[in-house]
Design a protein around this ligand. Structure first.
Ligand code: CP
Ligand code: NVA
Length: 320
């Protein structure tokens, strides 16, 4: 980006975009996915470069951003803390100043949200959150798109909001980055989040900056959280960066395993989602994640399609 171009949009948390922008992104993601499936070349980002910085492990985020950027005609640079000066204490702000003079867009997976924000504050180009301790907005973008694909109402993607409003999403497990982001999504898009976490692992609605307190309902028993839900979802008991707590978490989370019984009290056509990687027999029974209500593989694939739409939007604005 040329110096002086000040209107940079970042995507650091879910609430950085408005409801109508999500409607637009879902429409674009559907178009971009259709073209991909039909082997139609679509390369609006020729000569654009994406830098990816991974301070934590990844399979889906790495492949979906990298493949997506190449498919759109651009190129990709991949950095980790281990193979860059970030691992030798170069300040994140200096890294941002340098990298953003050379590339057009940056995706970062790191620990504290404040680190991502520090980078964005010194970047000349859009920055995307590829997961922090606090949020994982690209994943929820993909999850919502997947829900609309499977259970959307109406003729077109413009009905996206109507497909989500009034629905109930049940979150079973840790009050982590995924849970915080689901909460922001419920607040932004008008659905309800039922949440059940073990004691000591609760979600903090203040962190998510929720404006409508009615969008979240807390349940002690995970079975109650799943009652009547249109979507049941969970995540690992121990997120990246919290490995030292693994044994304590295994004990605390034993009852927070999405079971066939939980799916049975949800809506008859309820979907199951998991951002992956999954641990069968811990946070979800194999019969659920590998069962007919599970859409986890579509959910994973859709990371690529929604992120292509997101990069197109952040770099080119609205098309047409
Ligand atoms: N769901 C997700 O972000 O997967 P990765 O950790 O493999 O990128
Ligand atoms: N909550 C998990 C998500 C992994 C994609 C983590 O942060 O490790």
């Amino acid at each position: 980006m040329k110096p002086g171009m000040s209107l940079i949009r970042h995507y650091l948390q879910f609430k950085d975009l408005r409801a109508e922008e999500y409607v637009y992104l879902f429409e674009r993601a559907a178009i971009i996915k259709r073209r991909f499936k039909n082997y139609e070349k679509y390369q609006p980002l020729v000569d654009r470069t994406l830098a990816m910085i991974f301070e934590k492990a990844s399979t889906r985020t790495r492949v979906s951003f990298e493949a997506g950027m190449y498919q759109m005609g651009g190129s990709v640079v991949n950095l980790t803390s281990g193979d860059s000066q970030l691992g030798r204490s170069e300040p994140i702000e200096d890294t941002a100043r340098v990298i953003s003079r050379m590339v057009d867009i940056v995706m970062i997976r790191t620990f504290e949200q404040s680190k991502l924000e520090g980078f964005a504050a010194h970047s000349r180009v859009p920055v995307i959150n590829g997961l922090t301790n606090e949020y994982h907005p690209c994943q929820i973008l993909a999850d919502l798109f997947t829900y609309i694909e499977h259970r959307g109402q109406g003729q077109g993607e413009a009905d996206a909001l109507a497909s989500l409003r009034g629905r109930t999403v049940a979150w079973v497990g840790d009050g982590n980055n995924m849970a915080n982001t689901w909460l922001q999504a419920a607040d932004t898009l008008g659905f309800t989040l039922h949440i059940s976490t073990p004691s000591g692992y609760e979600l903090d609605p203040k962190l998510a900056g929720v404006t409508n307190a009615a969008c979240v309902k807390v349940f002690g028993n995970p079975l109650d959280a799943c009652r009547g839900a249109h979507l049941v979802t969970t995540d690992v008991w121990t997120s990246m960066g919290y490995e030292a707590e693994n044994e304590a978490r295994k004990k605390a989370f034993a009852r927070w395993c999405v079971s066939r019984e939980m799916m049975a009290v949800a809506q008859p056509d309820a979907l199951f989602m998991h951002c992956l990687p999954a641990h069968r027999g811990e946070e979800v029974e194999a019969e659920v994640i590998d069962g007919p209500q599970s859409v986890v593989w579509d959910e994973a694939e859709n990371r690529m399609h929604v992120q292509k739409a997101l990069m197109e939007y952040l770099l080119l604005g609205r098309i047409g």
